[in-house]
Every structure is written in structure tokens, then in C-alpha cells.
Design a binder for this molecule. Sequence first.
Ligand code: PAF
Length: 285
Amino acid sequence: MKVVNTIEEVRAIVKEWKSNGLSIGLVPTMGYLHEGHASLIKKASQENDRVVVSDFVNPTQFAPNEDFESYPRDIEHDSAVAEENGADIIFNPDVEEMYDSKAVTFVNMTGPTEELCGKSRPIHFKGVCTVVSKLFNIVTPDKAYFGQKDAQQLAVIMKMVKDLNFGVEIVPCPIVRELDGLAKSSRNTYLSPEERKSALVLHKALNAVKKLILDGEKDTRILEEKLTQIIHTEPLAKIDYAEIVSFPDIVPLDYLKGDFLVAVAVYIGRTRLIDNFIIENGEEK
Ligand code: PAF
């Protein structure tokens, strides 16, 4: 497995693969790979002849007050994880390689970007859509793999691919959890031991609401209140949102109808964690 730093080199490798009729899977990441990423890479390597993992902490999706500078980075560890799980190259450009200092073109979306994370992180999805479009143009993958932990991001990328006619299939991948239920995230490394325990409240609240839904509750106000009430039992937790929206349109719902997403974003101390579940055709996805 090779670490590649330039767009030119990725393009040359991809050209060679394509001339040999090989299919290509892309796993876009910001690095600091954990078992969640590993599951995406493994799936990509089972479904494609070649796999590219991009490893780039994308500055345009962070607001100035967010954790771009402190976001954990470890390319040696990432290379080992990518290789173990079947990647062929890891694309690790620097910011200057990805963004021309005079660039004025960005990909912006309304609709699904306007709720949930889009409210508290107003520039976030513009950065995500822009960098993912650039990665699609550089790697030209047949399939690209996205984790359901970022369920709104998954919906946004699916919509972008449809609206802009990208010739790539988006493959959603399930959330990978620690044994005690905490969703795997690179940001979990920020948590102190006490915060790590408190962080379990996200999964606990989601499970309680899942049970209410299975028992037949359809009023989202009651369900959202339950989420809030459980999260508030944890003194270190501060809610950003705890909401139920349609999926993949991401429109707030008064009553459960069709496919929907139950999503929470909660600060545990200074660390913002997200978690969710999706119900599709009456069943958990
Ligand atoms: O999910 C992430 O890690 C990032 O948002 C992505 C898709 C790699 C774009 O920077």
C-alpha cells in the first residue's frame, strides 16, 4: 500500500487501473482511523478491485471556533489500518494541494443541509460537499463509502450525487460501536475518563426512544422530550439538538411517517458527539 500526496499521482494511478478495467472504491476520511473506518475500507475492498482511502482534515468544513487545528492526525497509524483492511492507496494531500489559494468555486446545498448539524455548523456542509466533489473528480470512483454515524452527511452526499449527476454509487455503512454502545468516533479521543462514561447517555437516550417507537408512540414532540429528558440526567451533557426528521429529506416531522432519522448532537464537556438511528420501511436500517 502506498501513501500518495499529490493529485497528479492519484490521477496517474487511477488512469492505469481504469485502463486495465479495474473497479475503484473510495473511502473518504479525515484520518485518525478507527474500527468504523476499518469497516468501510473492508467493505470497499470486498466490492471493488482497487480501494483509495482519502485522509485529509478538510479546513473548509470547520468554522474558526471549531477543532480544525487540534483534530487528531496520525498518518502512520492510518496507513497501517488502511493496509490491513485492503486499501491500495491512501491519498494524504496537504491543504495547499487540495485548495488553490485563489479558489472561488464551492458546492453549496439548501434543503437537507438546513436542519440538525446545519443549524449549529452553518458552513459545515458547504465544505463537505466541496471536498467530496473534489475527491470524486480526482479519484473518479465507481463506489464511495460513507458511515451512517454521519446520517445527515450521508443524506446530503446522496442528494448531491443525484443533483449533480456524479457517476458514483454511494454505499451507506452501519454505525460501529464500542462494546458499551458508544459510537466510534475520532473525537472520542478528546474525552476524559469521566466524560467517556457520560458520553454513554447518547446511546441510552436513543435506545429509550427506539423502545417507545416500537411500543407505538408516533408523536415526535413526546419522543424528542424523552431524548432531552434522558440526556439532561447527565450533568456533563449539553444538547445541541435531539430531533426527529424524515430521511433522507431531513425535514422535521410532527408525527412519525415514512422513513425517518432520530438524531442527537450533544456536547460532553467541550467535545461534540453525534449519534442516531434510522427507521426505513418500519425497520431499523
Ligand atoms: O466524514 C468525514 O470524515 C468528512 O466529513 C469527509 C466526508 C471525509 C469530508 O471531509
